[in-house]
Design a protein around this ligand. Structure first.
Ligand SMILES: Cc1cc2nc3c(=O)[nH]c(=O)nc-3n(C[C@H](O)[C@H](O)[C@H](O)COP(=O)(O)O)c2cc1C
Length: 522
């Protein structure tokens, strides 16, 4: 049965022995980060990383409040969150949908009915009310009433780190749910750190474009500056576009929905539907009190508000998942108009920093789930690995079934054109017989197989906003390494050596005698 809400999920974690309740007092300022960071990096008796999910029940300065962290922070918990034994089960379900052929006759059509019925389970359902409305605060509220973390010593302040940020596409009306951190400025306003390539940033730009006439001259130029701004390009008062964009934020939702907020879905696919697909039950939504958006009915905390189209403010620095601080930059400001929450709301959060931490396991789940979708446009793809220390956008190892010259480079270009995979700083392409998850095998074969000057491909393009080494913010170079066997049709005319493999007869003979030998070798 899918988890109804965060509380149901916490009970499941507890039953599975995956939750620790911390009754010792802990401070949301720095201390919880230090504790959680240590837990994220511990291994259990089987060597599995990630410790337990932590429910802090005694928070310094917040009597009666509780805080959940590290809920997704291990391979096991990530599977538990999505209710599967293996993440490949989800990939298989996606594949089954993609495999649909046109029905040949009546019987084929009948066979499709269960699949069509299942489709109905994915779409969100708007309901009259829900637990997130147990307390409605239109006037007397303060963000400082929640135990929001300051994660690292040089952070610009406290940050909401696990929010589901909901916006609406002004053109299509479709909703987006994205996870973008929010720096607390004061009781009622925060930063809104949607990076410029993300879907909510495009919704914001579209609202900006709509706020001035197409032939708008100076105002149009102002919109372009606002839309482009990430370096403090502030505008003269007369040139500022006017208007606002509604934004809602849900904190502490059913785990499939929190996870869906980080999924790099195509802009036109609502994450509410992805969450419905993952949990095989619709997400229930309720209407906001003060803005025109719907929010998850079972969330612990809802923040309703807006961003002004003419307002940017310094955001950051923030200790990020790169292991470094992301620097201060200009982002829109979120103004809260209403807070609704459950009675005794549980504040759900995470920390990012030097890997491995909780987000590593969320990223790994994205890697597995996206493989069948990547194969739609890159059919020669066999497998991918985004090693955790490569922080997802720095390194992707891909194996391919190579059938024609230059195919490794074609694959690199396809990846650099594919949604958020465009940020990948280094792509290593190997042949299908290399296990991309075996980094020793990848290192051995990739480095043996390359003539660096010949096999490294550089390109320029968009890079992750968190890349602190690129020549400009958001723009820089990327590298692909063609580590496949080289063919004569690719200009390689020398003989290619065989890989060393023992013959099966000798292996079987040693296998048969191994028990005796092993004793002698002890
Ligand atoms: C814990 C966590 C924090 C994140 N913070 C941000 C952030 O502050 N800004 C951002 O643009 N992306 C952030 N991301 C990545 C986005 O959530 C991710 O790119 C997502 O696909 C964006 O949604 P969208 O495609 O609907 O824009 C974060 C991811 C995680 C796991």
């Amino acid at each position: 049965m899918p988890y109804d809400d965060l509380r149901d999920w916490i009970r499941a974690l507890d039953r599975a022995g995956e939750l620790k309740r911390i009754r010792t007092e802990a401070d949301p300022i720095l201390e919880i980060t230090e504790i959680t960071d240590r837990v994220s990096k511990t291994r259990d008796s089987q060597g599995a990383l990630g410790g337990k999910a932590l429910l802090f029940e005694n928070l310094k300065g917040y009597p009666g409040r509780t805080l959940l962290i590290n809920q997704f922070g291990s391979a096991r918990r990530m599977k538990l969150a999505l209710e599967v034994d293996s993440l490949d089960e989800i990939a298989d379900r996606i594949r089954a949908f993609l495999d649909v052929k046109s029905p040949q006759g009546f019987l084929d059509k009948v066979k499709m009915l269960p699949m069509l019925a299942e489709l109905g389970k994915f779409f969100p359902k708007t309901v009259p009310t829900g637990p997130c409305k147990e307390v409605i605060l239109r006037e007397h509220f303060s963000l400082l009433d929640f135990p929001i973390l300051q994660c690292w010593p040089k952070d610009g302040g406290r940050f909401i780190t696990l929010p589901c940020v909901i916006t609406r596409d002004p053109r299509t009306g479709k909703r987006n749910v994205g996870m973008y951190r929010m720096q607390i400025y004061d009781e009622r306003s925060t930063g809104m750190h949607w990076q410029r390539q993300k879907v909510a940033a495009e919704h914001y730009r579209e609202r900006l474009r709509q706020s001035v006439p197409a032939e708008g001259g100076a105002a149009r130029g102002a919109v372009d500056i606002m839309a482009r701004s990430s370096g403090g390009a502030m505008l003269a008062a007369g040139d500022r576009p006017s208007g606002r964009m509604d934004v809602a934020v849900a904190i502490g939702t059913e785990p499939a929905l929190t996870f869906s907020a980080i999924v790099p879905a195509p802009p036109d696919v609502e994450e509410f539907i992805i969450a419905g697909f993952l949990r095989q039950k619709p997400i229930e939504l309720v209407k906001c009190e003060t803005i025109d958006l719907e929010v998850p009915a079972h969330a612990e905390i809802i923040l309703e508000g807006y961003v002004n189209l003419d307002e940017l403010r310094a955001e950051g620095p923030f200790g990020d998942h790169t292991g470094f601080y992301s620097l201060e930059d200009q982002y829109p400001v979120f103004h809260v108009t209403c807070v609704t929450h459950r009675k005794d709301p549980i504040y759900s959060t995470t920390i990012v920093g030097k890997p491995p931490q909780e987000d590593a396991w969320m990223g790994k789940a994205v890697e597995r789930i996206f493989l069948p979708l990547m194969k739609l446009t890159i059919p020669e793809l066999v497998d991918i690995n985004l090693p955790i220390e490569g922080i997802f956008h720095n390194l992707m190892i891909v194996s391919i079934r190579k059938s024609y010259p230059g195919q490794a480079r074609k694959v690199m270009n396809a990846i650099w054109s594919l949604g958020q995979a465009m940020f990948t700083k280094c792509i290593v392409v190997v042949d299908e017989d290399v296990d991309v998850h075996d980094l020793a095998d990848v290192t051995l074969k990739a480095l043996n197989n390359i003539d660096p000057e010949r096999d490294i491909q550089f390109t320029l393009g968009p890079v992750d906003s968190l890349d602190h080494a690129s020549r400009l913010p958001d723009y820089g170079s990327k590298m692909g390494i063609d580590a496949t066997r080289k063919w004569s049709s690719e200009g390689f005319t020398r003989p290619w050596p065989d890989e060393i493999v023992m013959d099966s007869k000798t292996r079987a003979m040693v296998d048969a005698r191994w028990k005796v030998l092993a004793k002698e070798l002890e």
